[in-house]
Write a protein that binds this ligand. Sequence first.
Ligand SMILES: [Zn+2]
Ligand SMILES: [Zn+2]
Ligand SMILES: [Zn+2]
Length: 259
Amino acid sequence: MQATVTILGSGTSTGVPVIGCSCATCTSSDSRDKRLRSSVLLQTADGQSLVIDTGPDFRMQMLNAGVTHLTEVLYTHTHADHCHGFDDLRAFYFASRQPVICHVATPHCADFRARFSYAFEETGYLGTKPQVVLAPFERAPFAIGGLQVDPDFVPHGHTQTAVFRIGRFAYATDFKVFPPELIARWRGKIDTMVASAIRHGQHPTHSCVEETLALFDALAVKRGYLTHIAHEMRHAVDEVKLPSHVRLAYDGLEIPVEL
Ligand SMILES: [Zn+2]
Ligand SMILES: [Zn+2]
Ligand SMILES: [Zn+2]
């Protein structure tokens, strides 16, 4: 099935520019150096769509991409830069009167409910709550409409992040390493992968450029895009250093994929 992946945000947790920073990336006039928090939109040729993560820039991302209808969100993990735009899911209920299904990994559900308790519990909150349905998932394939989602979990500091393969497309952010069993399971099954690479050089909880390039090779990915990028990387300077089948993602980039 033909689909388009739109990079809604390609930035690390701070976004780029970083508040108060005057480095060459943060003051760059290149629009590709303006990075909202990481998220993607997947739209299939037959009209299905889903978003992965609703970070703090979610509202602007929906406006920028012209999304007027949304019923499915996949969450990688509960760090603020991946879910704190949750409240703006309200807009999609106003428009369609359909709740948004939030697919949250079972081990993340308690934290997700705690962060947004006003939406799930009777708290006395008098405003309009997001109308959502929490749909827990485990390490087992599940369907969203006609899409088969194959999730797995990878280490990310004190927590585990969910990564997703949807047909021959995969999205993985906020991981340090892929366990060998997952590499064996996904190897050769991915044509296009968007994966995080925070900067050149080691980071304690995030994969760096060198590690993500090695991961693309280990998985035999045909086209790779790096995302969740910090201000240490400037698009025009750093993309040219990459192998030709790997590009730096940037906000607004549309990637045609065959699922
Ligand atoms: Zn993150
Ligand atoms: Zn900076
Ligand atoms: Zn994280």
